[in-house]
Design a protein around this ligand. Structure first.
Ligand code: TXA
Ligand code: MG
Length: 334
């Protein structure tokens, strides 16, 4: 049985004995819940891949405390990365550096780089301090399923597979950290998140965005996999295809399929206005980009539990935080 405990002296002591014994503990961060293990132990890290059913070429992020000396683990930190770290850390930004090769090779799946993250969540910092070692952690979900933003989400996916979930409430951020390649002359976003391209450019003047092309070797292996998927049928309609989405919904309902439409607050308003005479089952993501990021995974999990078919209408904004939201939404509804 998996226990869910609030973060206090007793639960951290229990966590420490699990981590010291080569096991895995789920813990909250400001983005999503992580499934952590001792980054120095190959068997502990391999165990995480096993628990999640994660492909063994998709590397993990190492989580460290605010005061951790980065040079224990990485070879080189460019000037721009130092400035970015000062501005955004602790926070939802993961930075990829040339690795010193000190942690288990399983963390980076044999790559010569290392992804490092300093979470700002107070519970995460307490956990990391108490463990006393860098913690390798992916999101605490079964591979390819929707990421967890509450202890209950973790329990749903991992009950019976791990001993302990540290409960820090619902994650405020809601989508995973921005992954930023800091091995080159200028930073390149490998995965978009709450620290946006616009925010990084404001500091560094230049920021690339890596776009993965199907079939090519991936710079961030995570992007080639199916991800964030609810366990029901899904489809994604462009913001200007509202009528088509409603037609799809009507068709499904006529066949007796439990269908839902997911959209932002603005689209919900126009649906109610234009199709007001009808009863449409809606899941509303939120109104602002930050709200939508915070709600996205909980709404996808709600959808899979209540519907057989999730029809999503994409919000029409793609800038800033919405780049990250749309990245997850399009992978979830692929
Ligand atoms: O917010 C987050 O980042 C959460 C919380 C738990 O910290 N963690 C998370 O981990 O999302 P995960 O394993 O689900 O995603 C890690 C991403 C993957 O896309 C992986 O390919 C990329 O980071 N990554 C890890 N190490 C890398 C490296 N050395 N080079 C390039 N990409 C790397
Ligand atoms: Mg993940």
């Amino acid at each position: 049985m998996t226990r869910i405990l609030p973060i206090d002296g007793d639960s951290l002591e229990m966590a420490k004995s699990i981590i010291d014994g080569g096991g895995a503990v789920a813990f909250p961060t400001e983005t999503v819940y992580g499934l952590g293990a001792n980054a120095f132990s190959t068997s502990a890290v391999d165990n995480i891949f096993r628990i999640k059913g994660r492909p063994n070429d998709n590397p993990l992020i190492v989580h460290v405390t605010e005061d951790f000396d980065l040079f224990k683990l990485v070879d080189y930190v460019p000037e721009y990365a130092k400035v970015l770290a000062k501005k955004f850390l602790p926070g939802p930004l993961t930075m990829v550096y040339p690795s010193k090769g000190k942690v288990s090779p399983s963390v980076s799946c044999g790559l010569d780089t290392l992804a490092v993250r300093i979470p700002s969540h107070i519970g995460a910092q307490k956990f990391l301090k108490a463990m006393g070692v860098p913690i390798a952690a992916p999101s605490a979900n079964i591979s390819k399923h929707v990421s967890p933003t509450s202890a209950e989400h973790v329990f749903y996916d991992l009950n019976g597979k791990i001993d302990l979930i540290l409960d820090g409430g619902c994650c405020q951020g809601g989508i995973e950290s921005t992954v930023l390649d800091c091995t080159g002359e200028y930073p390149v976003i490998l995965r978009s998140g709450l620290v946006t391209r616009e925010m990084i450019e404001e500091v560094t003047g230049r920021c690339g965005v890596y776009a993965y092309k199907e079939g090519a070797p991936a710079r961030s292996p995570g992007m080639k996999y199916k991800h964030y998927s609810p366990k029901c049928k899904t489809s994604l309609f462009a913001p200007d295809k509202i009528k088509e989405a409603v037609k799809e919904y009507d068709g499904a309902i006529a066949e007796g399929i439990k269908a839902l439409i997911m959209c932002d607050g603005k689209t919900a308003q126009s649906l109610r206005r234009d199709f007001g005479g009808r009863e449409l089952k809606l899941i509303i993501l939120g109104n602002t980009p930050e709200e939508m990021a915070a709600n996205l995974y909980a709404k996808l999990r709600e959808a899979e539990l209540t519907a057989d078919y999730l029809i999503t209408i994409a919000p029409d904004n793609r800038d800033g935080v919405m780049a990250g939201v749309m990245n997850r939404l399009s992978k979830a509804c692929r």
